[in-house]
Design a binder for this molecule. Structure first.
Ligand SMILES: *[C@@H]1O[C@H](CO)[C@@H](O)[C@H](O)[C@H]1NC(C)=O
Ligand SMILES: *[C@@H]1O[C@H](CO)[C@@H](O)[C@H](O)[C@H]1NC(C)=O
Ligand SMILES: *[C@@H]1O[C@H](CO)[C@@H](O)[C@H](O)[C@H]1NC(C)=O
Ligand SMILES: *[C@@H]1O[C@H](CO)[C@@H](O)[C@H](O)[C@H]1NC(C)=O
Length: 585
């Protein structure tokens, strides 16, 4: 009853001067947020120039329409900013008059005048361009520079090695592969394929087999991450913005829209594997500080080559890979930023700068690297059980306070709000994403939980822990999945009910949300490692997850490139429906 009252109170408390909903008649009075004129027929005309711009609507005098637009946009969590419009214009056709007035045409001025007049005629509003004018005309030459050539040479060299390695494998070694040239065998496609589809995950130690379910967890999480990123084309060019906004009022979509916490799974797994493997290692060799640089360098060498290849291609040849009205704003910008800041990606510091849109999804890889280094330092310096307990507890408390402080001091939201406007600009300049979500130190809590979990599992295995008497907690264990589905969209409860909660509440939530989700993952992994039950464990330890888990890293690095290119080569707006989202996915 109390909960019901509380909900009603939340529902009633609406802010003044904000329009929460509009019916279609009213909605259609506003100029559409997205509009693209026909592209193909424009650029194929002789001398045809097609430009895309973003512009903002302004009004000097009082305007009823402008007030409505502003008030509707104030509900920024669920609505686009309707005073910020995206237009694709065939300049040589639509703005012909403005071109002929001034032959020394500066496209910026031409478009400004042309669009301003169009909006004035139709809506009695004025407009100003807010971004640079990005134009495609087929006369644009492909100018290849030294960087392009270098990357092409490297890629060809890798390809050649693959061919040579495969041939070597096929022709000379098909029967006994144990004594082949190790270096060439690394590039053999047959050999790599075999390793990719091999079922067993036999590590150096049979105890590692109890962590086999991490494959399932990894594969499922990466699938969810990719599914979320598949929404990108729909945010950048929806044909019906109203329909898109309405999806935000459907709680089902919020599991998809607010899945940002899923990434914590990877932090927990990464911490767990680090501490577990470190303890296996410590059985044979003495631990000392030299392991810190060695471990970091080994990890860098393992992660960087494939990452560097994708980065190099993004920085160079990708810019020639397509065209279209959306190409420059989705792909062109990324290429430009990678040329300027791509080197930061290679030293895994790109999550601490906010001006780059170079492979934005790799913030996670940078964060994970930083947390790996932190975990390695903690565990190699604090070697006794007591010391570890104390250090990890203190760090955990600190890790709860850090995000809360960020939220409180910088006045952020409770979690990452993937609002239409934020997603439309791929999180660029979003304060929640930049100051809290993507940093390394703000994600410390799940990593610490992972480290503790690795130590716990190792000790339980060593003491031959008997799980029988805990089997009655199966129900609690099974509750983890529903709990996950509640916690995942819980951040949206802060804005779903149309009120603005106090900053304290937001700060507390931002402190505990990540460790709460992390703890559930910890429970799942623990139950799986101890064979508490067979349902979740059976699903997660399914052999079919082994190969997807092995390519999850490559998939993570690559998938945004495909989603972006797919969006960039569109010449029309796209209809928003679950079926299309699934097909992009
Ligand atoms: C939409 O809302 C306006 C103002 O609230 C009202 O006048 C109009 O009749 C409504 N239209 C429909 C189709 O409901
Ligand atoms: C919408 O965009 C305009 C232009 O960039 C900006 O002035 C305004 O503050 C934005 N409105 C909201 C609610 O963010
Ligand atoms: C033509 O454009 C130039 C700048 O591109 C401007 O200086 C000049 O005044 C314009 N002329 C007319 C007639 O609008
Ligand atoms: C936009 O159009 C209005 C009305 O025609 C005009 O007064 C204003 O100067 C124009 N602004 C620009 C930047 O062209």
């Amino acid at each position: 009853m109390n909960i019901f009252l509380f909900m009603t109170l939340l529902l009633i408390q609406r802010s003044h001067g904000v329009i929460y909903e509009l019916n279609d008649t009213e909605y259609n009075k506003m100029p559409p947020v997205f509009h693209l004129e026909a592209y193909g027929s424009c650029v194929h005309e002789p001398g045809g120039v097609y430009c895309t711009v973003e512009l903002k609507l302004v009004s000097d005098g009082p305007s009823e329409l402008m007030t409505m637009i502003e008030e509707y946009s104030l509900r920024r969590e669920m609505h686009f900013n309707h005073s910020r419009l995206h237009r694709g214009v065939c300049v040589t056709r639509t703005c012909k008059d403005y071109l002929s007035q001034n032959t020394s045409a500066d496209l910026h001025l031409v478009l400004e005048g042309c669009l301003n007049d169009t909006f004035w005629k139709q809506y009695k509003l004025k407009s100003k361009l807010t971004t640079e004018v990005l134009c495609n005309d087929l006369d644009n030459k492909v100018d290849i520079d030294y960087g392009d050539i270098a990357v092409a040479v490297i890629c060809l060299a890798i390809l050649m090695l693959n061919i040579v390695g495969s041939l070597y494998d096929f022709l000379f070694l098909s029967h006994n592969e144990s004594n082949g040239n190790k270096f060439l065998m690394c590039f053999s496609i047959r050999c790599n394929w075999k390793r990719l589809v091999a079922c067993s995950t036999d590590g150096p130690d049979s105890r590692l087999r109890r962590l086999k379910g991490l494959n399932g967890l990894r594969a499922i999480s990466i699938i969810i991450v990719i599914m979320e990123h598949s929404i990108l084309p729909f945010v950048i060019s929806p044909d019906d913005a109203h329909e898109f906004e309405r999806k935000y009022y459907n709680i089902i979509y919020h599991v998809l829209i607010d899945g940002a916490l899923v990434i914590q799974t990877f932090f927990v797994m990464s911490g767990c594997l680090l501490s577990y493997n470190l303890q296996l290692h410590a059985e044979k060799r003495h631990m000392n500080w030299t392991m810190i640089p060695k471990g970091i360098i080994r990890r860098w060498l393992r992660l960087t080559p494939s990452y560097a290849v994708v980065l190099a291609i993004t920085t160079t040849w990708l810019r020639f890979a397509g065209s279209g009205p959306l190409w420059q704003s989705t792909v062109g910008i990324e290429v430009k930023d990678c040329r300027r800041d791509g080197w930061l990606n290679l030293i895994y510091l790109n999550n601490y700068i906010d001006v780059s849109q170079c492979m934005p999804q790799t913030w996670y890889i940078a964060s994970d690297m930083q947390l790996y280094a932190a975990g390695l330092i903690i565990l190699t310096l604090a070697t006794t059980a007591t010391a570890r307990k104390i250090v990890l507890s203190v760090m955990f408390v600190v890790s709860l306070i850090i995000p809360a402080c960020h939220t409180y001091i910088q006045n952020l939201d409770a979690g990452l709000i993937i609002s239409p406007e934020v997603a439309r600009h791929t999180f660029f300049k979003d304060r929640n994403f930049n100051y809290s979500y993507k940093r390394g130190h703000t994600n410390l809590s799940s990593s610490i939980l992972g480290l503790a979990l690795g130590i716990l599992i190792y000790n339980l295995q060593k003491n031959e822990f008997n799980v029988e008497k805990y089997k009655k907690f199966k129900l609690v264990y099974w509750a983890t999945l529903p709990a996950m589905l509640v916690i995942l969209p819980s951040g949206s409860f802060f804005y779903f009910f149309q009120n603005s909660p106090s900053l304290y509440l937001k700060a507390i939530y931002s402190g505990v949300a990540r460790p709460m989700f992390g703890s559930i993952i910890v429970l799942i992994i623990l139950g799986m490692a101890l064979k508490l039950e067979n349902i979740y464990r059976g699903i997660l330890e399914w052999n079919g997850w082994t190969s997807p888990a092995r390519i999850s890293y490559s998939a993570y690095i690559l998938h945004v490139l495909f989603v972006r290119s797919l969006t960039g080569t569109r010449t029309t707006l796209i209809h928003v429906s679950l079926a299309y989202i699934v097909s992009v996915f």
